[in-house]
Design a protein around this ligand. Structure first.
Ligand SMILES: *Cc1c(COP(=O)(O)O)cnc(C)c1O
Length: 425
């Protein structure tokens, strides 16, 4: 529009592009309000979060899939309460996650509990809640759960996690479905497994569980392959007399860390379509999916301030008040998060850019947010956005160096945010 009515066409075209790009992220008003909030904090875009969950709920009902949210990605109560209110189930990997999910509105009958190492106490608590399923990962675990169910007068629902031996083409730390990984039961134990299930009177065998990895981006290829393997394995178990009521197709959909504004909602469409097209099921068989990261990653941004700008011998450093204690993914997996200088974008539309090594305050050389990142000229006090931090962020935060934990700040409750103290007043 501008380009047509204004004389200085180029200028306004650029203006429109810069402005449009900026508008996607956060409005000026929000950034101005950030200025009064103590950093670092996790900022939750509740509109985007609800939109994502609603979108997934609708697609899942179209494709007749049951969704269990893997709560380990983010256990923030407000998120869990919304997800449970939409009728999703919860996928938990510890006893405390089971209790927390229950506390946030997920009924026992919609909680599944996976994990290679469940303690007796954790099993006991889950038994008392009559959970939907224990996803068992070893023969010995089935034996122990059967014994405990017997002792406490319960019948435990058991789903068995199978290692399908599939390469998910993702980072080696988040690949789970290969024989070299610790997860699931492998083919050489199938006969024994069927025998143990047959002998265990205090369990209900309800289905099979698979999981191949996280941050999967080759969606059609990996999930089509998984479905193919799963069809074979399900058929094998049914031939051997076990009725597989639930097929739980784990494997986490990837999110776009490079361009969070370009793809704020992950490609659930392709994921669900690939599953419906490739899984063989009877009408009474339920198919489950368990997204964690993809439901929550893009809805949170870690907001930090530049404490100091320092020029090293060969590099310029931006030293931030958020560190690896707040978000360990870069230090742990070398993960990439997009970083933006919000204040600089407020100062001018045409900033000069410079390469910075952006680092945290923690006394570890791996406490680096990004090396050689091109950013607008930055100064002490600038507000910085570390994007796509809703998954595996806050849940992995620690108090290393005795740092305080970064709190949650919600877009619809900015008034409740902790206030920044100005020590120069
Ligand atoms: C972690 C986990 C998930 C979620 O994976 P994402 O990649 O975060 O979507 C699902 N199922 C199980 C069993 C898990 O352990």
């Amino acid at each position: 529009m501008c380009a047509i009515i204004c004389e200085n066409t180029d200028f306004f075209a650029i203006f429109a592009i810069v402005f449009a790009d900026f508008e996607n992220m956060m409005d000026f008003n929000t950034i101005e309000r950030f200025d009064k909030i103590a950093t670092p904090f996790y900022y939750y875009d509740m509109d985007l979060f609800r939109k994502t969950v609603d979108h997934v709920a609708e697609l899942a009902s179209q494709h007749n899939l049951k969704v269990h949210y893997a709560i380990k990605a983010n256990v923030e109560r407000r998120l869990l309460e919304y997800i449970s209110s939409k009728g999703f189930g919860a996928d938990c990997v510890s006893g405390n996650e089971v209790l927390h999910a229950h506390d946030c509105g997920f009924p026992g009958g919609k909680i599944v509990y996976a994990g290679v190492g469940k303690s007796d106490k954790e099993i006991y608590n889950a038994l008392m809640l009559d959970i939907e399923a224990f996803n068992c990962e070893s023969l010995q675990e089935i034996y122990v759960i059967n014994e405990m169910a017997h002792r406490y007068g319960k019948k435990a629902n058991v789903s068995v996690r199978i290692n399908p031996d599939i390469d998910a083409h993702t980072h080696k730390y988040v690949t789970t479905g290969l024989y070299e990984n610790k997860f699931g039961i492998s083919q050489h134990e199938f006969e024994k497994l069927i025998e143990i299930i047959g002998k265990s009177e205090h369990i209900n065998f309800i289905g099979l569980h698979f999981h191949v990895g996280s941050q999967i981006t080759r969606v059609s290829e990996v999930f089509a392959l998984e479905c193919k393997r799963v069809n074979e394995i399900v058929a094998y178990f049914e031939r051997n007399g076990l009725k597989v009521g639930n097929i739980n197709l784990g494997g986490g959909l990837g999110v776009d860390y490079d361009d969070p504004d370009g793809s704020p909602i992950a490609d659930f469409e392709t994921w669900f379509r690939t599953i419906s097209e490739n899984i063989v099921r009877r009408p009474d068989q339920k198919v489950h999916v368990e997204p964690g990261r993809s439901l929550v990653a893009q809805c949170a941004t870690l907001i930090s301030r530049v404490l100091f700008v320092k020029s090293g011998e060969t590099k310029n450093f931006l030293i931030m008040d958020a560190g690896m204690n707040d978000l360990i993914r870069p230090a742990l997996y070398g993960a990439y998060h997009k970083i933006e200088n919000l204040s600089a974008e407020m100062r001018t539309f045409f900033p000069t850019h410079q390469a910075y090594d952006i680092v945290g305050p923690v006394c570890e050389s791996s406490d680096v947010w990004g090396a050689g990142r091109l950013l607008p000229l930055s100064v002490r006090g600038d507000l910085m956005a570390i994007r796509s931090t809703g998954a595996y962020g806050q849940v992995m935060a620690s108090r290393y160096n005795m740092k305080d934990l970064a709190p949650s700040v919600f877009s619809d409750r900015l008034d409740e945010a902790p206030v920044m103290t100005d020590y120069f007043e």
